[in-house]
Design a protein around this ligand. Structure first.
Ligand code: SF4
Length: 245
């Protein structure tokens, strides 16, 4: 059984090579013209993006919104304030986001890392080269690949593609990825198929979230209403994908 350290070390490896899929650019264009700008990530500051990226693990965004507005009201949405606040009080304020004890610890670990390695400066942290910073973020307790990439892209403007459960589901249903593709394989697919442009990655992820929420549900996807329906392979009619992940 791999230790936590070896798992992190593996996750920090560069994304595996992938065969480019030029059709992903057409997916983006189609979604972009059908749905318009998504204004994702919903946050007021880069630090708020980071807090949201940690709090949204295993919970719906509506639960995170309540926790963030509690933190804002308590004037705790700065690295220094979050490091100073007693753990118990922090837990109470973020309770709505679920797993609040673990998440309070993760927030504390992140701000400690930020102070220790970058003097508490997000600007300094984000000046670190992408691959190096990704590796260092992945070594912080509670930061996995999706959280690290959300921080890099949405708070720091680094060109990394954020992969979530919706991304896995849509790509698998469209036969663009093999069954049970891992996070890094899917990230590599996007990053080798699209130019490394943060605004494009930013918007594409937001569009994927929209598709996943509205049409590409776990059960009974609503393909007949979905803008990506023309891309669905003939061999995979929508009636056959209802049981897919
Ligand atoms: S067409 Fe169907 S399978 Fe494809 S993304 Fe839309 S809902 Fe999902």
């Amino acid at each position: 059984m791999p230790t936590q350290a070896t798992t992190r070390a593996r996750a920090a490896q560069p994304a595996p090579r992938a065969v480019p899929r030029p059709e992903l650019a057409h997916y983006f264009e189609t979604l972009s013209s059908a749905l318009g700008p998504q204004h994702w990530w919903p946050a007021r500051t880069p630090f708020e993006v980071i807090v949201g990226a940690i709090l949204t693990q295993n919970t719906a965004w509506t639960n995170v919104e309540r926790a963030i507005s509690n933190l804002r009201r308590a004037r705790l949405l700065t690295p220094a304030a979050l490091e100073r606040v007693p753990r118990r009080r922090l837990e109470r304020l973020i309770r709505s986001s679920g797993y609040f004890r673990q998440k309070a610890r993760k927030l504390k670990e992140f701000v400690r890392f930020l102070r220790r390695d970058f003097g508490g400066s997000l600007a300094r942290m984000f000046r670190t080269p992408t691959a190096e910073l990704r590796e260092r973020l992945l070594a912080v307790h509670g930061i996995g690949p999706e959280t690290a990439d959300s921080i890099l892209l949405y708070a720091g403007g680094h060109p990394v593609f954020v992969v979530d459960a919706y991304t896995h589901r849509i790509l698998a249903r469209h036969a663009l990825t093999p069954e049970k593709s891992g996070y890094e394989q899917v990230r590599a697919l996007f990053e080798t198929s699209l130019p490394p442009e943060p605004p494009l990655y930013n918007e594409f992820h937001g569009l994927i979230v929209h598709v996943g929420k509205h049409w590409c549900r776990t059960h009974q996807p609503r393909c007949h209403e979905c803008p990506l329906q023309p891309f669905l392979p003939q061999s995979l009619p929508h009636t056959s994908v209802g049981a897919r992940p």
